[in-house]
Design a protein around this ligand. Structure first.
Ligand code: UTP
Ligand code: MG
Length: 582
């Protein structure tokens, strides 16, 4: 409850006013039949009293009561909606912030589809519940209790009927709801699966189409969709009994009351107006009970969703900077050091992706990393901005362990152009300003020039205002890579890491990017991962990697002399004969 108070407190007035307005409605609902009963009773006792004036007075009172009830109803609905919508918006915001703090491993554990469901559908379930709760929580029990008291006062002996029917009805409903809860939990999991399928398909629609896999994907979707349908039907099948059971008890009780009460009327122990009023009370009691059960039904669904929301909120990212000791520190020089670093993605898997890596890169140096695919290059650089944490050993930036920086300061100082990079929907300028949202137009075009992107951007009719599609799909692969480099440069990071970021750029343009890096980014440390020797050969030092280890370090000419593996890669890329063999 403490957790939810955080979302209730700022809107407490709405949370209080909503139910209060509903109480006004409750009073009205009880007073109305009472007025009717009074009129009948007085008329019965003294028919001469039934003058048009008397009827008009009663009618006037009834109209005013109805108007007050209406105002209460509208107020209740308004404040209920305001409270629940704000509650949900704040909750969504916190969930979103939480998800942003997750490491890759945590996102994979939940799956993106499930996170989307939790942020949307699950929050909506809770919102509906809160709304219903505010409108019904006082109203239905209020009506029920008032009507019950009135019924007992009117005819205590007849109330025995209620004493039997109410517990029976509650028992039946409790049984249904218990069955429903587990089924509703399963429905949410099936929505996760559906979201996962839809998301994967739509994000990768180009691959799906190029492999002509639409039919296969459609079948996959149909399977998850019908799975969801079956599960939802299962839950509905249980809930469907709710209405008939309610109606059954309603009529059975009314019949019993009429039968027993009717006898009393005949013998003369009870008058008609009391019986009418009593039947009215019974209807109100049972229909309120029905509303309460509806509320319980929604609550069983909301409970399933709340559990899923709490799972996200309770996950504390392993990659947090809570215990960092130098939160104020920023990356100022760009020195990097690895001390006996080992790393695995799956902690249960004994095989290391990086084993016992040690090296030191001075500030401002250019480092090339080369090695066969899957040897651990991306994994190695991921440890510098703490996308993952090393299992053993230490990663130091400017002589301080990366875990001691605040994540924000650390990542602010390190610009990584990831291998699997993406752009966002919006203009080119907006995308580039991800690096620095206050950059001037001159600064933006300056970094674009360094990344050799300025020329092609200007060739577009709208230049920097050209709209990019989601993922940057409306520019070529090489153009996208250059925009990603420019975006990172705008951050003016002390450490720049390019992970195979010029693989789709032609060699001449790549050479120009390298020159710009060499001449204009002298103050930053540059790490360049590449498949082509040409991309790294001018570096101050080149690391050769194999099987998660650094097997060679040196300049291009030193490695050609001393490292057989490097020599082999070099020859395979320069010697026309082996190039043919490849
Ligand atoms: P890397 O992704 O570090 O290799 O994966 P790399 O050198 O950069 O390869 P290329 O040149 O980009 O292709 C190293 C090992 O870690 C595993 C991979 O299967 C690979 O064997 N790995 C990678 C994971 O287990 N999980 C991941 O999320 C990424
Ligand atoms: Mg890689």
């Amino acid at each position: 409850m403490k957790r939810w108070m955080k979302y209730i407190r700022p809107y407490l007035p709405y949370f209080i006013l909503g139910p209060l307005c509903m109480i006004v409605e409750v009073i009205g609902e009880v007073v109305m039949p009472k007025l009717l009963s009074v009129m009948i009773k007085r008329g019965e006792a003294n028919p001469s009293i039934l003058t048009p004036g008397f009827a008009l007075t009663i009618m006037g009172i009834m109209i005013v009561t109805a108007l007050i009830m209406m105002a209460g109803g509208i107020g209740g609905a308004y404040f209920g909606a305001k409270a629940s919508v704000n509650f949900a918006a704040d909750l969504r915001k916190d969930l979103y912030t939480k998800v942003q703090s997750f490491s890759f491993a945590e996102i994979d554990r939940f799956s993106t589809g499930s996170l989307v469901t939790r942020l949307t559908n699950d929050v909506t379930q809770l919102q509906n519940f809160v709304n219903m709760l505010l409108r019904m929580a006082l109203r239905s029990p209020g009506i029920m209790i008032c009507a019950l008291i009135m019924a007992i006062f009117t005819r205590p002996s007849l109330s025995v009927v209620l004493a039997v029917s109410m517990p029976c009805m509650l028992l039946a409903i409790f049984f249904i709801i218990r069955k429903g809860f587990s089924r509703f939990s399963r429905v949410q999991t099936k929505i996760d699966a559906l979201n996962n399928t839809v998301q994967e398909n739509i994000t990768n629609v180009r691959v799906v189409k190029s492999f002509v896999r639409e039919d296969f994907e459609t079948v996959k979707f149909q399977n998850t969709n019908s799975d969801l349908k079956q599960t939802a039907m299962g839950a509905m099948r249980v809930m469907i009994f709710m209405q008939p059971i309610n109606t059954f008890f309603m009529y059975a009780t009314t019949i019993a009351v009429l039968w027993i009460g009717g006898k009393s009327v005949v013998i003369g122990g009870m008058n008609v107006s009391d019986l009418t009023f009593f039947v009215n009370c019974v209807t109100q009691i049972l229909s309120s009970l029905m509303m309460i059960t509806m509320l319980l039904m929604t609550s069983s669904r909301a409970l399933a969703s709340a559990k899923r929301i709490c799972e996200v909120l309770d996950t504390n990212s392993v990659l947090s900077d809570e215990n960092a000791t130098q939160k104020q520190k920023a990356v100022t020089k760009g020195e990097i050091e690895f001390k006996n670093v080992s790393f695995r993605y799956y902690k249960e898997n004994p095989e290391e992706v990086l084993s016992d890596i040690s090296f030191k890169i001075p500030a401002g140096a250019t480092v090339g990393i080369i090695g066969s695919t899957g040897c651990g290059k991306t994994s190695l650089i991921s440890l510098i901005p703490r996308l993952y944490d090393a299992d053993e050993g230490e990663v130091l930036v400017d002589g301080v362990n990366v875990k001691e920086y605040s994540l924000e300061n650390l990542r602010e100082g390190i610009g990584v152009v990831l291998q699997k990079n993406t752009l966002f929907s919006g203009t080119i300028a907006e995308n580039l300003r991800w690096g620095d949202d206050e950059a001037t137009d001159e600064e933006v075009s300056r970094v674009a020039e360094q990344a050799q992107a300025d020329k092609f951007v200007r060739s577009f009719p709208q230049g920097y205002e050209t709209m990019l599609d989601q993922g940057g799909t409306n520019v070529s692969g090489g153009q996208k890579q250059r925009l990603c480099i420019a975006r990172t440069l705008l951050k003016k990071p002390k450490i720049i890491i390019l992970d195979d970021s010029t693989s789709a750029v032609d060699t001449a343009t790549e050479a120009q990017i390298r020159r710009a890096f060499r001449e204009e980014l002298t103050a930053s440390t540059k790490i360049i991962i590449a498949q082509r020797i040409g991309s790294v050969k001018d570096a101050d030092i080149i690391f050769v990697m194999n099987g998660g280890r650094i097997t060679g370090m040196g300049t291009h000419s030193e490695l050609l002399e001393s490292n057989a593996e490097y020599k082999e890669i070099f020859e395979s890329q320069t010697d026309p004969k082996s190039a043919e063999e490849r």
